[in-house]
Design a protein around this ligand. Sequence first.
Ligand code: HEM
Ligand SMILES: *[C@@H]1O[C@H](CO)[C@@H](O)[C@H](O)[C@H]1NC(C)=O
Ligand SMILES: *[C@@H]1O[C@H](CO)[C@@H](O)[C@H](O)[C@H]1NC(C)=O
Length: 322
Amino acid sequence: MASSKNNTMVFLFLLVTLLIGSSSAQLSTSFYSKSCPKLYQTVKSTVQSAIKKETRMGASLLRLFFHDCFVNGCDGSLLLDDTSSFTGEKRAAPNVNSVRGFEVIDNIKSAVEKACPGVVSCADILAVTARDSVVILGGPNWNVKLGRRDARTASQGAANSSIPAPTFNLNRLISSFSAVGLSTKDMVALSGSHTIGQARCTTFRARIYNETNSIDSSFARTRQNSCPRNSGSGDNNLAPLDLQTPSKFDNNYFKNLVNKKGLLHSDQQLFNGGSADSIVRSYINNPSSFNSDFVTAMIKMGDIRPLTGSNGEIRKNCRRRN
Ligand code: HEM
Ligand SMILES: *[C@@H]1O[C@H](CO)[C@@H](O)[C@H](O)[C@H]1NC(C)=O
Ligand SMILES: *[C@@H]1O[C@H](CO)[C@@H](O)[C@H](O)[C@H]1NC(C)=O
């Protein structure tokens, strides 16, 4: 008696799961193959010219996808400007004076709208743009899963609390990634993104002046030359996250960590006697395992809570809801 009641419950549960599941479609690599066959070439040529104009832009565009996906999923919420009804994510603590590339996304969106009006979401444009940036700077290629729709709102509070800070220790880094379903290995592989791009003095000042045990002293001195001790002066002075090849997507970032030349506190946490050390070592010994773990993790990150089916909308302008 009890067991047949249990069976009925299990059956109903499975039925409901099936019904809910089928109303939110899966992302797929062929999502726009009929509706926007020119999507890839359109995005790629715009990304290409933006990077040609300024190499760093490839890094900035990759970071946009990360900062979008970690805040209520990959839904283009990061791209929304503030409105009278909500404060957006652009001025949240991890983003203000820091994330960049919105004009490039605008250019890509206009080009895509010209090719296929009203079809491709801003959230998907971020995913393709991130992949193209990595490839153009010499990193691995992969097929991007698509079919995300765009959020109608954004959350400054969620951006403040969901994006990891450079002051985090290893445990907090691990838990902020696990909160969105990403493993420690995913976290280390994705941090390999710091093989490209720049950081402001204010994000690494405390490390280069105070973390004497975990930083190479000559590296610290070099960085101090363009990042004064007292806050307020030189806050926005830039330094490369990968001191050797900041415009090339390679595994030098991990080599720097082993030499105590990680720029951010959070970078050096990945090689500081803890559980991530062995992953860092493996990416130095075997660059192709870095590339394949990076691709796996980028695809996993792109799967964070997408809006699909009839949820959200396809924005016409990435900066505002329709
Ligand atoms: C593990 C936790 C992470 C922390 C604490 C972190 C923190 C930071 C910080 C503080 C900066 C410099 C920002 C500035 O000075 O304005 C930065 C830059 C950057 N981050 Fe991360 N990050 C993390 C993970 C990631 C991930 C997962 C990606 C991509 C998948 C990424 C991609 C980048 C890129 C490409 C830049 C350079 C951007 C540019 O030059 O415009 N980061 N990150
Ligand atoms: C987010 O952080 C910014 C900058 O620190 C702060 O001004 C703002 O009040 C915070 N917003 C929310 C909603 O927590
Ligand atoms: C270094 O640590 C000292 C003592 O905790 C602190 O007063 C100082 O502000 C720190 N310096 C930087 C540049 O963070």
